[in-house]
Design a protein around this ligand. Structure first.
Ligand SMILES: Cc1cc2nc3c(=O)[nH]c(=O)nc-3n(C[C@H](O)[C@H](O)[C@H](O)COP(=O)(O)O)c2cc1C
Length: 189
């Protein structure tokens, strides 16, 4: 993984990939899947993710004031679906699934190995948005990406060589579309 300039951090989730929300507090750590996240500001880079009241993640994020967003690729589809189908309240998902994680460089959050990109975020307290809409805003404080798929501040065209990192887009019920083709648009004259 290579560090990504914070000015380019929004690009890592600009295309609406399913992400993993990482959290840790008081000796507990967790990962859950989230289809609903997006950037909301370029600089300073800010994001929002929906974290339902029923999730174990929510308590960890609220208590710590931190969360991470990781961008998994197609090789991790089964892991993503499983992380979104069981709760860290009931099971240590890291142990059960044998997940390899690294500590994030800024906040030490759990970042799953094999993802295309990672963001670490400081929670921006918005009590009304959290309570009413389950929306958690964060300011990105570290960004990293696998240089096989994102380098120089840009996504590279998806190819067979980086197929394991092609991002996942949830269609529902565990069915994902995969971003495997890019189209370079030109402004019409
Ligand atoms: C593909 C997928 C996308 C999901 N997207 C979201 C989401 O955007 N927000 C959310 O709160 N839950 C979402 N979920 C559900 C959570 O991941 C699920 O409730 C999970 O078990 C919570 O884990 P936790 O209790 O360990 O935090 C999604 C699940 C899947 C499988």
């Amino acid at each position: 993984m290579q560090a990504v300039a914070l000015a380019h951090a929004s690009r890592l989730i600009n295309h609406g990939p399913t992400v993993l929300v990482g959290s840790a507090h008081g000796g507990r750590r967790n990962l859950m899947a989230a289809a609903w996240s997006m950037p909301v500001e370029f600089m300073p880079p800010r994001v929002v993710v929906v974290i339902d009241k029923s999730t174990f993640t929510r308590g960890l994020v609220t208590a710590s004031g931190h969360f991470s967003l990781s961008v998994p690729g197609r090789a991790l589809a089964d892991v993503v679906y499983t992380l979104g189908s069981e709760s860290g309240a009931d099971v240590d998902k890291f142990e059960r699934l044998g997940l390899e994680v690294e500590a994030g460089p800024a906040l030490g959050l759990p970042l799953l190995r094999g993802c295309a990109a990672h963001l670490e975020c400081r929670l921006i307290e918005e009590p009304h948005a959290q309570a009413a809409y389950d929306c958690f805003f964060g300011e990105v404080v570290s960004a990293q990406a696998d240089e096989r798929i994102f380098t120089g501040g840009r996504w590279l065209p998806p190819t067979a060589a980086n197929a394991d990192l092609h991002t996942l887009h949830h269609l529902g019920a565990g069915l994902f579309g995969v971003a495997s083709e890019a189209v370079q648009a030109r402004q019409l004259p």
